[in-house]
Design a protein around this ligand. Structure first.
Ligand code: GAR
Length: 367
């Protein structure tokens, strides 16, 4: 234990700065990144959970520097914290997004930053880079940490919760909870953009909780990063026909950490297997460019043309272990005209997909 730490908490919940520094060095060697954030995290609420998931998504592991009880008292007054640092640490440790917790007793987190040397420092959106404490800012610059300001969930805070309890008021939600969507894609990402478009114009009450791609330079992952969404590349390995077990597991962990309600395979050219299938049973949607059950599998558009079909289309369906075989949720057809190329027909199909996919998700929110 270093001198900034309290020692009465079970060792399983609180790590020493040295232990976290070791984790940081291991990640560094593997070309991975440690994210660091700090706060009181008293009376955990959904805003905290989402903030921590967002912070974790910036790198490969997350350490939370937790204000000690004395420093919470100093910051928030004598009636705080509600929960002791031992309990706050234990509760945080239960979150999938949190990999390690340190407790700091000083008013500033400077010393821990210097000891741990995180790659990324995350802070909630009530700060700007300019308004960070100058001492902490100098320590971050010194250790070369990137600074990321994350948006906070409006209306959620421990102080607000306590005020409500004191006033004897129940929590009310003006709007139903947003559907949390995880999108997997390998290509251009036009269907992902269609979902975003519907969210942005208010016609779909949802949020994109994470985007996953098997290509680190795909259109979809580039667009997601640009939009500031949690975006993850999952390395598929060298065999183009196989998406190995380790990758399946990684996909599942990202989806679980982002707490998604529904998974959309929007041009994801890999077969999704367990543990994702079991974990998200009946909650995975695939967009396939044919009128299923016709033309399952790859090259569906070209095969429809080659077979002399006069029309083809798109199918949105639930995903099961059998490829392109789950319950159909929606379909739309497009004509195939003489002289059409696969590209032309596919463009026609995508137009229908961009209309149909937000519609299916909208129906999902109404369920
Ligand atoms: C979509 O047209 C979708 O139907 C197809 O990939 C395209 C992705 O486009 N899916 C499959 O072929 C799955 N077997 P996008 O990246 O522009 O959304």
């Amino acid at each position: 234990m270093n001198d900034g730490m309290e020692s009465s908490t079970p060792a399983s919940a609180i790590s020493s700065a040295d232990e976290v520094r070791k984790l940081r060095d291991e990640l560094d060697k593997a070309g991975k990144k440690l994210v660091f954030t700090n706060g009181c995290f008293d009376l955990l609420h959904a805003g905290h959970v989402r903030y921590l998931a967002q912070a974790r998504a910036l790198g490969d592991a997350l350490v939370v520097a937790l204000n000690s009880d004395a420093s919470v008292r100093e910051l928030k007054g004598p009636s705080r914290p509600v929960n002791t640092e031992e309990d706050r640490a234990e509760i945080l440790k239960g979150l999938r997004s949190v990999d390690a917790i340190c407790v700091f007793t000083e008013p500033r987190v400077t010393k821990l930053i210097e000891q741990i040397k995180p790659h990324i420092y995350a802070k909630g959106g009530d700060y700007t880079v300019a308004s960070l404490n100058p001492e902490e800012r100098a320590a971050l610059d010194f250790v070369g940490a990137e600074i990321e300001i994350l948006s906070l969930v409006p209306g959620r805070s421990t102080t607000k919760t306590l005020q409500r309890i004191a006033a004897g008021e129940a929590e009310t939600t003006d709007a139903p909870r947003k559907l949390r969507i995880g999108v997997l894609g390998s290509g251009a990402g036009s269907n992902f953009e269609a979902i975003r478009g519907a969210i942005n114009d208010g016609s779909l009450h949802a949020e994109i909780a994470c985007v996953i791609s098997d290509h680190n330079d795909s259109g979809i992952i580039t667009a997601a990063r640009k939009a500031g969404l949690p975006a993850f590349f999952v390395d598929p390995g060298i065999n183009p026909k196989r998406f190995p077990d380790s990758a399946q597991k990684e996909v599942c962990e990202h989806l679980q950490r982002a707490n998604v309600d529904v998974v959309v395979l929007a041009g994801f050219m890999r077969i999704v297997r367990d543990p994702v299938l079991t974990e998200f049973k009946d909650r995975i949607i695939n967009v396939h460019p044919s009128l299923l059950p016709k033309f399952k599998g790859s090259d569906a558009v070209q095969r429809a043309i080659d077979e002399g079909e006069l029309e083809t289309g798109t199918t949105i369906h639930l995903v099961t272990a059998a490829v392109d075989d789950g319950r159909i949720l929606a379909q739309a057809s497009v004509p195939i005209e003489i002289g059409d190329t696969a590209e032309l027909v596919h463009e026609r199909i995508k137009k229908e997909e961009h209309r149909l996919l937000p519609q299916v998700l909208r129906e999902w929110t109404e369920k």
